[in-house]
Design a protein around this ligand. Structure first.
Ligand code: ADP
Ligand code: ZN
Ligand code: ZN
Length: 667
């Protein structure tokens, strides 16, 4: 009898065996097809992973497959290797990994009606490519010389990295290969999609991201699998797209933490992309103005590996464009009024006179981070989280940024009745108000997740900025990424210092990347840009490197500190987190996790103490974590594979949830 082994989306570390019904012949050519099977009282769509002749299940209990879905080509072998690697490396059940990478429409028992790819008009003239700069030319020549397959492209903002990507894609198209282009955020896809399509109008470009409707996502995924689409542009989930003729992977803004999935299967799309390229023997380019320190170390061979070849673009590509001039404003002397220094106010005023745009950058939305009563000490606190409720004057509410809880702004102090409540600290709304008072004639536009909640709102805001409808922008990092604003010549970062001394040791890396990125908005065209950093620590080495646009110096400094402290990339980590209504249960679970017997081979693994997380309560659940670490990635992996089965056997309280995250980014 033929036995079909099927991967299903269930949290178990095994496949499921079914009988191939009489009259149905299956062959190895069917492996990778979807099948419909009975499961308990219900039905499920699974993936055929193997055909066998024997099974451990008593034959009488073996149920038959209901149908095999052959309307799509089977998933290719490389896709199987990728999902298998993902499951093994992140210690997730393989069936879950496999099924979760399919568009929901292809996992559904009643799939949405397939829609054909948008009809494309053939022979649309392609936009001509610009002449390459010398630096771009050199980069492309080294890649073509081809004695390495993985590259880190370090290029300052506006240095023409995207043009390099386009040329690499062009080469792939010419030899009949597909390209996969990964970007960190959905917001970045429309403009890049437009740019790639203009250059290659007939390559059947499709995009894949979570905001696409189910029918469109299934359709685009299908076009990738059948080879109809030659270029796929997507966010992290697109790393799993089956591409039978893949020849190139590009990961743009490779340092961005959005490449890390933060729930479910916590994978890094960048790291999986590197595996995928290596496994298929194809070219991969990771691009960034501020590479992650892991990638930088890999390109330096600091940890002995030298896995990537480093390529650099040091100058802006656009004729006449130079890098913005950065300057610290010492706020110990230039005292802040309502969060703004005299120097910044003056610089904004000059821009208003010259009809240029300014951007005031502050990574904190809302009006003020907390409302408080000076008489009794009451503060606006979320009763479900260990966090303050943020004052949002625009919506007249207090809102928790962690669980979404909302309350009306109280007129009186809830504990003592005091009428005089004060808003402490500053968010984008407050800065907007201050600027409006200061520059009543100026048109001010606030851009953050409150003013651009939907994609539509975001596009409307972008159009207004481009249409010259704003003199001053007040924005969070949302504005920092990838957008060219030709009239923008001034950026003021008004409160960057907090991240300098944050408890999270990755905070300086993120701060540097963020400031570099936001600085990159200034003066992209032929107008020189100026960037002012309001700080109490103008001599801080991070700012000193930033002002010189010297990422390599900053990275060297950080790597040295990490080496001394034994932090990644000089150590490899995994985080076990537990959530429960009671902190004692969460900590108790972690304590028993820590007490599991460890084999002699695993002595290279270090356990930290179980501790409450920094945000120790979220949405009424207490949260705790346990960090494990090893100087050897292999030793850590071997240990985790064993540990995860031990963890699954621990009898935890019913409302306790836990998960394991490999290579955690946030602490
Ligand atoms: P990055 O991706 O590094 O930020 P882009 O590729 O977006 O840089 O290039 C920045 C700007 O310079 C864009 O407006 C682009 O059209 C222009 N540009 C890039 N390469 C060239 C070139 N070789 N000649 C002229 N302009 C270029
Ligand atoms: Zn009070
Ligand atoms: Zn909350």
């Amino acid at each position: 009898m033929q036995i079909a082994r099927v991967a299903l989306d269930v949290p178990l570390r095994r496949f499921f065996d079914y009988r191939v019904p009489e009259g149905e012949r299956m062959s190895v050519a069917d492996i990778g097809c979807r099948v419909r099977v009975p499961f308990g009282q219900r039905h499920k769509i699974g993936i055929l992973v193997e055909l066998a002749t024997d099974t451990d299940i008593p034959l009488a209990q073996l149920k038959p497959i209901e149908s095999i879905l052959r309307e799509l080509p089977p998933l290719p072998a490389a896709w199987f290797r990728l999902t298998k690697f993902c499951a093994a490396y992140y210690h997730a059940p393989l069936g879950q990994v496999m099924l979760s990478t399919l568009p929901a429409g292809l996992r559904a028992l009643a799939p949405p009606k397939p829609r054909p790819l948008r009809q494309r008009i053939v022979d649309v003239p392609a936009q001509p490519a610009p002449l390459l700069t010398c630096e771009q030319e050199a980069v492309l020549t080294s890649i073509a010389a081809g004695n390495a397959r993985a590259y880190l492209l370090h290029g300052v903002t506006g240095s023409g990295k995207t043009e390099v990507y386009l040329r690499l894609i062009e080469r792939c198209l010419a030899v009949g290969q597909q390209s996969l282009l990964l970007v960190p955020e959905i917001n970045l896809t429309p403009q890049l999609e437009a740019r790639v399509t203009a250059r290659f109008p007939n390559a059947g470009l499709v995009s894949l991201h979570s905001e696409l409707g189910e029918a469109a996502r299934s359709r685009n995924w299908r076009a990738a699998l059948t080879g109809e689409a030659r270029i796929v542009l997507g966010t992290r989930l697109a790393v799993f797209t089956p591409l039978p003729e893949l020849g190139l992977i590009i990961v743009d803004e490779e340092h961005d933490s959005s490449f890390k999935q933060q729930d479910g299967i916590r994978y890094s799309a960048r790291d999986l992309a590197v595996f995928r390229a290596h496994d298929s023997g194809i070219l991969i380019v990771l691009g960034s103005a501020t590479p992650s320190l892991e990638s930088w170390a890999n390109a330096q061979g600091v940890d002995g590996s030298g896995r990537y070849r480093l390529l650099s673009l040091r100058e802006r590509a656009f004729a006449g464009a130079c890098l913005p001039l950065l300057r610290c404003i010492d706020t110990r002397f230039d005292k802040l009024q309502d969060g703004l220094s005299g120097a910044l106010l003056l610089a904004i005023e000059q821009r208003l006179v010259r009809a240029e745009q300014s951007l005031v950058f502050l990574n904190r939305r809302g009006y003020a981070p907390v409302l408080a009563c000076a008489a009794c000490g009451w503060t606006s606190h979320c009763h479900r989280c260990a966090a303050n409720l943020v004052l949002h004057l625009a919506d007249r509410c207090l809102r928790c940024h962690h669980c979404g809880f909302e309350a009306r702004v109280p007129k009186l102090c809830p504990t003592c009745g005091n009428q005089d409540l004060s808003a402490f600290g500053r968010g984008t709304q407050r800065i907007e108000a201050v600027l409006a008072e200061r520059f009543p004639q100026a048109r001010i536009l606030r851009v953050d997740r409150d003013s651009a909640r939907s994609r539509k709102q975001w596009e409307v805001l972008l159009a207004r900025i481009h249409g010259g409808e704003a003199d001053i922008l007040v924005g969070t990092q949302m504005l920092a990424k990838g957008h060219d604003f030709p009239k923008l010549t001034l950026v003021g970062a008004i409160a960057p210092d907090a991240a300098l001394f944050a408890a999270d040791w990755r905070a300086p890396e993120r701060l540097f990347a963020q400031l570099m990125q936001v600085a990159g908005r200034a003066g992209r065209a032929d107008r020189p840009g100026e960037v002012l950093l309001q700080t109490q620590f103008p001599e801080h080495p991070l700012y000193a490197a930033l002002i010189r646009h010297d990422y390599p110096a900053f990275a060297a400094m950080q790597l040295k500190e990490r080496q001394q402290a034994g932090f990644p990339p000089y150590a490899h980590q995994a985080m076990l987190r537990a959530e429960s209504p009671r902190m004692a249960d969460a900590l108790g679970f972690l304590a028993s996790a820590r007490a599991q017997p460890v084999s002699d081979e695993d002595l290279q693994v270090i356990f930290y103490d179980p501790v409450p997380m920094r945000l120790s309560r979220r949405a009424s659940l207490e949260r705790a974590q346990l960090l494990v670490e090893s100087p050897s990635r292999r030793a850590l992996q071997r240990f985790l594979a064993h540990w995860v089965t031990q963890l699954e056997a621990i009898r935890a309280p019913s409302r306790l949830r836990w998960h394991l995250e490999v290579d955690p980014l946030e602490f």
